[in-house]
Design a protein around this ligand. Structure first.
Ligand SMILES: *Cc1c(COP(=O)(O)O)cnc(C)c1O
Length: 360
């Protein structure tokens, strides 16, 4: 076995103990005589898996009683439509702090009067715009944000104050990386493939009073109430992904929960940012206050060197460091599953690369 350090933004690394446990149980789960992949989702043994996954995530994130947790399909991108279909009757305000929030905004425009309340687009999304309660229309049905901007490497350093307006957050690339106060949000959604499970699962955490008032054209499958009333089993759920998510939640709880995760993630990201701040070969474009713990972006300032960096790093066992195709440069995604040693290896490689590849 020769596992590499995989810095992919998603799908991304899964914790090794989780993969090993899944391997142990792959062919025969408990005394069921079958793989989780082969089970009826209506069987008692599978019902226990999905119900445990729900309870564990509720415990991990301290999700209040009046919120439902839904295990859905379609990825975060399907939520760009599901959110307005369920919540938009009149107006909605969006903070556009990167590509995904831009896509979410565009999708919502199909359904009503949607406005960009704040954006950092003119500065290449190098920071998260500041807002106050006055930034939002008081009669908006909701305010939408993307809490961690995967492509640019920024994260909201604050939770926007929206008063009584429900706050909706795409947390695909930062969910369960640190504690968040769920009660500050009306709805949280996340594609699982960044920090929770393999691709194919989308988690939605929604306050109960926001369900049951969807637009008439809402497809049954996208109606949160349908899914909540059926405990995410209106149809066949992404069974195996939910099982994997359950193993990931157990792994995090065994390490001390989200406080412990945050400490580790701070330590990992600080190692990389401290290095970036104390050298002059690489440039970290993100404003300090908006830096993400999960996705760290940097460039050399020379597109050819950037290319060489990703190629040489790959050869050294540090995979997927090339930045998103829309922005170039480099991006190190260091989610929960990335060990501290992976970031140490990256910093050592960066030093070596800088020494061996002087700029012209
Ligand atoms: C990856 C990502 C998406 C897109 O997720 P899909 O599951 O591929 O639709 C949306 N938002 C954020 C913040 C992401 O990181």
């Amino acid at each position: 076995m020769n596992r590499v350090f995989n810095f992919s933004a998603g799908p991304s690394m899964l914790p090794l103990p989780v993969l090993q446990r899944a391997a142990d149980e792959l062919v025969c789960y408990g005394d069921s005589g079958m793989s989780v992949m082969e089970m009826s989702h209506r069987s008692p043994v599978y019902e226990a898996i999905i119900s445990d996954a729900e309870k564990l995530l509720r415990k991990l994130m301290n999700v209040p009683e009046n919120y439902k947790i839904l295990f859905l399909q379609g990825g975060a991108s399907t939520q760009f439509a599901a959110v307005p279909l369920n919540l938009l009757h009149n107006k909605a305000d969006y903070i556009v702090s990167g590509q995904f929030s831009g896509k979410a905004f565009k999708e919502a425009e199909k359904y009503g009067d949607v406005k960009i309340a704040a954006t950092s687009k003119e500065d290449n999304f190098t920071y998260v715009p500041k807002t106050t309660r006055e930034s939002f229309r008081p009669d908006a049905d909701y305010v939408h944000i993307c809490f961690n901007n995967t492509i640019y490497g920024t994260k909201f350093p604050y939770i926007p104050d929206t008063g009584d307006i429900p706050l909706v957050a795409d947390m695909s690339s930062c969910i369960i990386s640190e504690p968040v106060d769920v009660s500050k949000f009306g709805l949280i959604y996340a594609g699982a493939q960044k920090n929770m499970a393999p691709a194919g699962l989308t988690v939605v955490i929604v306050r109960e009073d926001l369900m049951g008032n969807s637009r008439p054209e809402t497809p049954t499958m996208l109606d949160y109430k349908t899914m909540a009333d059926n405990d995410s089993m209106y149809n066949t759920p992404p069974c195996y992904c939910i099982y994997m998510a359950k193993l990931v939640y157990e792994w995090i709880l065994s390490l001390g929960g989200l406080e412990a995760m945050k400490e580790l993630n701070l330590k990992k990201s600080a190692l990389l940012y401290d290095y970036l701040d104390n050298q002059d070969y690489y440039i970290a474009p993100v404003q300090k206050e908006s830096r993400s713990m999960m996705n760290v972006t940097f460039v050399t300032g020379d597109a050819d060197l950037d290319k060489k960096f990703a190629k040489d790093a790959d050869a050294a066992g540090l995979k997927n460091l090339k930045g998103h195709r829309s922005v170039g440069g480099m991006r190190a995604s260091i989610y929960n599953a990335m060990p501290y040693e992976g970031v140490e290896a990256l910093v050592a490689f960066m030093k070596k690369f800088a020494a061996e590849n002087p700029k012209k």
